[in-house]
Design a binder for this molecule. Structure first.
Ligand code: OSB
Ligand code: MG
Length: 384
């Protein structure tokens, strides 16, 4: 079916509670919802670029510009009957991975609906052309759920939140760290919860010269230290990994398949956090997954405070077999009182999330709720 139109909805969604990382505290998430229309079918994707260029250089505004001027003209009027036709659609445009990801996710949903198959099944099909991978996605019926907890005003407050998350059933707790909120916090959490799967994420807040402090974290049996050093680095991480017992997991540093290949070659990390938004969408994400699986590097699916739409795409991705560690995919309610899908994503009492089995995303987009959050909307149609 031919792509007739693209709609971009820039949303501002209030967070159920603030979220603080080493680069600051936010009370809202801004995200871009992409809808592609082909004939009488639509597909939905999400570009969770946020309002500020802090996690990555992109913002919702740069993504709108790139989609309108560069990505939309490529896909409008074209026919995408299968994911094979998508393999290199945007490959000659450098960067702007989140903008690309939002559009490709929407095309994935559209193709899944056209073929009347669940998104997870489509993610499980070969996206790489040459691979002889059989249908592996969509075989799992559920994924485990993990939660990422922001920096709090006090250690007690964080412990309360950890306890609450464990009560809800979350299977892995990740806490954000930064200089001044690390070796003074982690021992208290570990002491209180000696057995839990516990990880930390620094979002690039340390330098190699902090190695002594980071080595102190080895005592606390952490599942991993995520992105301790500079957001583009793989060289210093390799040096740090040689000195640490705790596995380093790279997030920000891995923006492409090429980055993953280089990082594994250099032994810069032992684990990779795959966020499809960060690497340019499902196709690149699946390539990284396949490569890591071949090289016995465990991966897990990260998140960027996605609304239900991006979250459902992440669930589909996390259904692939190489995703062996619990993801940052929590219930809708963890971040949003009112999500834009119905039903919202729910956590089962055993700490898992069901992978939808109906066609496409697997939930309805709640247009009325989505409209409540719109700050700007734009429709793009073929020129002339
Ligand atoms: O580094 O993983 C990160 C949220 C926003 C920006 C960066 C990160 C995060 C998270 C995941 O920790 C939050 C989530 O569950 O979506
Ligand atoms: Mg991270």
């Amino acid at each position: 079916m031919q792509i007739d139109r693209i709609d971009m909805s820039h949303l501002k969604m209030p967070l159920a509670s603030h979220f603080e990382t080493s680069f600051g505290r936010v009370y809202h998430q801004e995200t871009l919802i992409i809808k592609v229309t082909g004939g009488d079918l639509v597909g939905w994707g999400e570009c969770p670029a946020s309002a500020q260029p802090y996690y990555s250089s992109e913002t919702v505004t740069t993504a709108k510009y790139i989609i309108k001027d560069f990505l939309a003209p490529i896909i409008l009027g074209k026919v995408y009957s299968d994911i094979g036709n998508l393999t290199s659609v945007f490959s000659y445009i450098r960067g702007h991975n989140m903008a690309k990801a939002g559009v490709i996710m929407a095309l994935y949903d559209l193709i899944a609906r056209k073929r009347k198959m669940p998104l997870a099944k489509l993610y499980g099909e070969s996206a790489i052309g040459s691979s002889n991978r059989t249908l592996e996605g969509g075989i799992r019926k559920y994924i485990p759920s993990g939660i990422s907890l922001g920096i709090q005003d006090s250690a007690n407050e964080l412990i309360k939140r950890v306890e609450n998350a464990l009560t809800q059933g979350y299977k892995r707790i990740k806490v954000k760290i930064k200089p001044g909120w690390d070796v003074n916090i982690i021992p208290a959490i570990r002491k209180r919860f000696p057995k839990i799967l516990l990880a930390v994420d620094a979002n690039g807040a340390y330098k190699l010269s902090d190695r002594k402090l980071l080595k102190k974290l080895d005592k606390y049996n952490l599942l991993m230290i995520e992105q301790p050093l500079f957001y583009n680095d793989i060289v210093d991480h390799a040096e740090l990994q040689r000195e640490l017992q705790t596995p380093i997991c790279l997030d920000e540093s891995i923006k492409s398949y090429h980055d993953a290949e280089q990082a594994i070659k250099l032994k810069s990390c032992r684990i990779i956090n795959i966020k499809q938004a960060r690497v340019g969408g499902p196709i690149e994400a699946i390539k990284i997954h396949d490569f890591c699986r071949k090289n016995k590097i465990p991966v897990w699916c990260g998140g960027l405070l996605e609304s239900g739409i991006g979250r459902l795409h992440n669930i589909a991705l996390a259904s692939l077999p190489g995703f062996t560690l619990p993801p940052d995919i929590s219930a809708s309610a963890r971040f949003y009182e009112k999500d834009i899908i119905s039903p919202p994503i729910a956590l089962q009492s055993d700490g898992t999330i069901k992978i939808p089995t109906n066609a496409g995303l697997g939930a309805e987009v709640n247009i009325k709720q989505l409209r409540q959050y719109i700050v700007h909307h734009e429709t793009i149609k073929p020129r002339g």
